[in-house]
Design a protein around this ligand. Structure first.
Ligand SMILES: [Zn+2]
Length: 158
């Protein structure tokens, strides 16, 4: 029976590893930490990159701290600073903007790594893995049902 479960355990282990890797790809920032950095450095990463003054109500500054210029450069290269500013301004709440900035960064990273599929490549791959694991699970359940029915049959006396 242990041999029946082994491939399923390996597939589930792979899925859990992939999920953890995706979680680590996101960079979450404490807003307090970002504000402290901004007070020290003066300009956020976006304003430094765009070579402009960083206004007190800069739309980028809470989400693109000066200590991580690569974060804004990556997002700007894929989405464009103007589009990012528009997207962030359309969101009403601070925490939604932070989530959107993280999402834009993740999408930009994926698009940089895979110019054809971007993050859809990862989503598609995970869908295929889920489908494969579900098929394996259904097969294993069917095998268990067959083994259960064989075990319940009375032993034949020859
Ligand atoms: Zn700024």
């Amino acid at each position: 029976m242990a041999l029946v479960y082994l491939p399923l355990e390996i597939l589930i282990g792979f899925l859990l590893q992939e999920q953890e890797r995706l979680r680590e790809s996101f960079e979450f920032f404490s807003l307090d930490f970002v504000y402290i950095l901004r007070m020290i450095s003066g300009r956020c990463a976006a304003c430094k990159y765009l070579r402009r003054r960083c206004p007190s109500d800069c739309i980028f500054s809470p989400y693109f701290p000066s200590n991580n210029p690569q974060r804004f450069a990556c997002v700007h290269r894929i989405h464009g600073a103007c589009n990012v500013a528009k997207m962030l301004q359309q969101l009403p709440a601070e925490h939604l903007r932070a989530e959107a900035a993280n999402s834009l960064y993740y999408e930009a990273q994926c698009r940089t790594r895979d110019p054809v599929y971007g993050c859809v490549g990862i989503i598609s791959s995970l869908h295929q893995q889920i489908h494969s694991v579900e098929s394996q699970l259904a097969k294993t359940k069917a095998e268990i049902a067959v083994l259960d029915s064989l075990a319940q049959q009375p032993a034949q006396i020859q």
